[in-house]
Design a protein around this ligand. Structure first.
Ligand SMILES: CC(=O)N[C@H]1[C@@H](OP(=O)(O)OP(=O)(O)OC[C@H]2O[C@@H](n3ccc(=O)[nH]c3=O)[C@H](O)[C@@H]2O)O[C@H](CO)[C@@H](O)[C@@H]1O[C@H](C)C(=O)N[C@@H](C)C(=O)N[C@H](CCC(=O)O)C(=O)O
Ligand SMILES: Nc1ncnc2c1ncn2[C@@H]1O[C@H](COP(=O)(O)OP(=O)(O)OP(=O)(O)O)[C@@H](O)[C@H]1O
Ligand SMILES: N[C@H](CCC[C@H](N)C(=O)O)C(=O)O
Length: 489
């Protein structure tokens, strides 16, 4: 593509070089520049992209985009001033891949909890119905249920330089539907600004990321942005915030527990490990046999069913696919053992997620319920005490430990969580491996041990160090020691 063509419809001022040059990509990460790319020198909270212009030039950048008052450094290439680098980045990455992505049906799911779960449920249902589906989010890129290891962004909602490259690859591979997670930070940081989203799904709204956004209001405003990006919104009518999104869009569809929703639950039965819902849309009720229990999973399945219905598949075709649904990695993942203890790994890292998973485990717990968890460093401080309160409410024993302390002190984070615990006995073990092993060692047959917060994660971030760490592998290794009797006293 010719640079002049790319920038002709965007407000900008150009100095130096020529804009009649061929470009072959755009990025704001200097280390990712390949010869022929444009470097967008974006100012962030940690760094100023302008400081990496020389690195970008050495790697072969052919133009620099910036939005600050800076003297030109490399007059041999065009310096393009734009009002805002982040929105330009989103616009330019989309323009670079062109109209081909209009061939894709794009669904974006937002909510405090359940985005990964619902995107994967939608993907699983569509795949069973014969579509070729890409699912993109916290667990990376999956196409028809297979993880694509070549995909490298660690973000839930990938920045534009990744997003549009993936869309373009999806078109080449014959993908028909792309289901993405729209995180609040992804929305506020303009990662999705020019994305042609057909359906925006609003799942739920509660506390998370208040510090990163600056306030509860700014977090909510970020979530609201999806109403301006999606052609139609699909809304959880049981959640007041989600329902209020109807005021901001003319095309809405609702799902929920009550008959006022477009798709609603008219009858429910809970069995040992499954839930049967009778749901209704217009006059035809259908039965959904959900292979899990827990109110949150009813919400997730209903959201997925509503979305697939809106994509054009009748409920009668969707219903037979529901019993085959599986939870994504690290979501209520069981660790098998011969000691009769139920050990569950789960990604709950917000107060409402922790409440949801503890509530559903309590429904089936035969004896005591123990929870092992911590809270992430450099993330919302206010949720820590709230998570302490939730654990206090449901568990018989709490083990407080580290969860990616990042640049904070793990013991300080734990002290903030402990402020929420009033009645339940708790123990502190900063070393997460020891905390997990102690909780399992202390459990008796019939007890349930929930290890929450890190789910599928395979690392622990301490300061600037990233060390291998998996709740699942540590628990599995420990139970196999127990199974061999090596740890019996
Ligand atoms: C708060 C936040 O989201 N920050 C993201 C944001 O940082 P930032 O805007 O402050 O950028 P910065 O790091 O100051 O860098 C400024 C510019 O310099 C460039 N740079 C920087 C350093 C360098 O060596 N070379 C270089 O070129 C950067 O690419 C960037 O263009 O842009 C960076 C580059 O894309 C991201 O790495 C960074 O994610 C941080 C690491 C992060 O952890 N984000 C998390 C909180 C996040 O976004 N999470 C949500 C999911 C949340 C959820 O699901 O609950 C997500 O969508 O992933
Ligand atoms: N609908 C829901 N309501 C409340 N909690 C939920 C819901 N769905 C899932 N959870 C809980 O939240 C945890 C994380 O789920 P999931 O990964 O699907 O959410 P997410 O929104 O994608 O999180 P993140 O974007 O931070 O990765 C689950 O392990 C479960 O404990
Ligand atoms: N997407 C979330 C995941 C948090 C997971 C938890 N283990 C933590 O590190 O806080 C975030 O980046 O805030």
């Amino acid at each position: 593509m010719i640079l002049a063509e790319l920038i002709k419809d965007w407000p900008c001022e150009v100095q130096g070089g020529s804009i009649r040059i061929q470009i072959n990509g755009i990025t704001d990460e200097a280390s990712q520049i390949e010869p022929g790319n444009i470097f967008v020198a974006r100012r962030g909270k940690q760094h100023n992209g302008w400081d990496f212009v020389s690195q970008a030039m050495e790697k072969g950048a052919v133009a620099i985009v910036y939005d600050q008052d800076q003297p030109i450094q490399h007059a041999e290439v065009p310096h393009i001033w734009v009002p805002d680098c982040s929105t330009f980045l989103s616009y330019a990455c989309k323009a670079f891949v062109g109209d081909q992505i209009e061939l894709l049906k794009i669904v974006a799911v937002t909510g405090t909890n359940g985005k990964t779960t619902v995107t994967h449920f939608i993907g699983q249902i569509l795949q069973q119905l014969g579509a070729k589906v890409a699912v993109l989010g916290t667990l990376g890129l999956w196409i028809n249920g297979e993880r694509q290891d070549q995909y490298t962004s660690s973000m839930t909602t990938p920045p534009p330089a990744y997003l549009y490259r993936i869309f373009s690859q999806c078109v080449q591979m014959g993908v028909t539907h792309v289901v993405i997670e729209a995180s609040s930070l992804g929305l506020s940081q303009h990662r999705l600004d020019h994305c042609p989203i057909d359906y925006g799904v609003y799942l739920n709204m509660s506390r998370d990321h208040y510090d990163e956004h600056g306030s509860k209001e700014k977090y909510e405003l970020a979530k609201r942005k999806l109403t301006t990006l999606a052609k139609k919104i699909i809304v959880n009518a049981d959640d007041p915030f989600c329902l209020s999104m109807k005021q901001h869009h003319v095309r809405t569809f609702t799902f929920g527990k009550y008959r006022t929703a477009d798709i609603s639950i008219i009858h429910k039965e809970i069995e040992d490990t499954s839930t049967i819902l009778l749901v209704q849309y217009l006059e035809n009720p259908v039965e959904l046999k959900i292979p899990f229990i827990g109110d949150h999973h009813q919400q997730n399945v209903l959201a997925a069913v509503a979305t697939v219905q809106q994509l054009g598949y009748p409920l009668q075709m969707i219903a037979p696919k529901i019993p085959q649904l599986t939870l994504p990695l690290g979501r209520q993942q069981e660790v098998e053992n011969t000691k009769g203890i139920r050990i569950v790994i789960d990604y709950a890292h917000t107060p409402s997620a922790l409440a949801a998973v503890l509530q559903s485990l309590k429904q089936t717990a035969k004896k005591r319920l123990t929870v092992v968890f911590g809270c992430g460093g450099d993330r919302d401080h206010g949720k820590r005490q709230e998570m302490g309160k939730v654990a206090d409410c449901y568990a018989h024993k709490i083990w407080l430990t580290s969860d990616n302390p990042r640049r904070e002190q793990a013991d300080m984070i734990i002290a903030q969580i402990a402020q929420g615990i009033k009645l339940t006995p708790y123990a502190i073990k900063i070393n997460r491996k020891q905390a997990i092993e102690s909780a399992i060692a202390e459990a008796s047959p019939g007890d349930t041990v929930l290890i929450a917060g890190k789910g599928h994660e395979t690392t622990q971030i301490i300061g600037s160090q990233v060390v291998p760490f998996s709740d699942f592998e540590i628990s599995r290794a420990y139970v196999s020691l127990l199974n061999m009797g090596l740890n019996d006293e």
